[in-house]
Design a binder for this molecule. Structure first.
Ligand SMILES: Nc1ncnc2c1ncn2[C@@H]1O[C@H](COP(=O)(O)OP(=O)(O)OP(=O)(O)O)[C@@H](O)[C@H]1O
Ligand SMILES: [Mg+2]
Length: 264
């Protein structure tokens, strides 16, 4: 069973004035296959920075700590090696890729991750099936990736990629944001289909308990000031919705939790 382990992760960015600024200050988190972890926290607390750092975005410098997948050093891997190892990131703001169709993008990505090109006919069948499950119009296969897509269409295509790439650990950064009620159900069903697969773990970053009613988390982590300051079960999300982050802001000055993987 796959396990993503994040230990004492510190991450900095270089500001426009050229100074180094710490964004993550000691994140500890363990996501094992079969588990769904939700991360909730105020704007600017570093949630996307955590997601990008795991995926290998070059802007984020890891200054301390470790990230391993089944004991293998993720931080030593290139971005594409991380994807081949079984990590996947659905981005908060999916990028537009002019000149590359959805179909071409998916076939290239699937080929890279699986290590061999799928037969064209079986690939198209697989892609059409996945698109139908996500209620995506088949015409999208020939459109340029994310170019001119609505916010909700972009998010749905992130789940299409998840379904096609079938990673071990999926990080979903606000994949529920901007979805209408029907789209939220469709996307949640996609995540749940993925969760049913063997050896799959989910790290779901969200601001809303709405998605957590469809995709029930095993653990909820409160992320404030670049680290996890509290954790619990699904009831913690309801508490956050009722009372906000005020109670937890003070905790962020007190220090990070030592191991966010274990239930309190
Ligand atoms: N490349 C960058 N250059 C400058 N500042 C950055 C950069 N990336 C992140 N930051 C800063 O780091 C902090 C954390 O940003 P991040 O996007 O990780 O927050 P977040 O928790 O995902 O917020 P949100 O809930 O709004 O998505 C913010 O103050 C942000 O401005
Ligand atoms: Mg974010």
């Amino acid at each position: 069973m796959s396990t993503l382990e994040i230990r004492d992760l510190h991450v900095a960015i270089t500001t426009q004035s050229g100074e180094s600024e710490e964004i993550l200050s000691g994140v500890n988190l363990t996501v094992a296959a079969g588990q769904t972890h939700a991360i909730m926290g105020p704007n600017g607390s570093g949630k996307s920075t955590l997601a990008y750092s795991i995926a290998g975005h070059p802007k984020y410098q890891v200054t301390r700590g470790s990230v391993t997948l089944d004991g293998r050093d993720v931080l030593a891997m290139s971005v594409d090696a991380r994807a081949r190892a079984g990590l996947f990131l659905a981005m908060q703001y999916p990028v537009e890729v002019p000149g590359v169709t959805v179909s071409n993008f998916l076939r290239t990505a699937v080929t890279a991750v699986r290590g061999e090109a799928p037969k064209l006919r079986s690939f198209i069948k697989e892609m059409n099936g996945a698109m139908a499950e996500l209620a995506i119009d088949p015409a999208f296969a020939q459109r340029n990736l994310n170019e001119g897509f609505s916010g909700g269409e972009k998010k749905r295509h992130e789940i299409l990629q998840l379904q096609m790439l079938n990673p071990k650990i999926a990080i979903l950064d606000e994949t529920d944001s901007g979805l209408d009620i029907d789209a939220l159900k469709i996307v949640s069903e996609g995540v749940n289909r993925y969760r049913e697969g063997a050896d799959h773990g989910v790290l779901l970053i969200t601001h809303y308990t709405r998605i957590l009613r469809y995709v029930s988390p095993d653990f909820v982590h409160v992320f404030v000031g670049g680290k996890i300051v509290a954790e619990g079960g699904p009831e913690l999300a309801d508490e956050l919705e009722a009372s906000g982050y005020e109670r937890f802001t003070a905790l962020s000055d007190a220090g990070a939790l030592s191991d966010a993987g274990a239930p309190a």
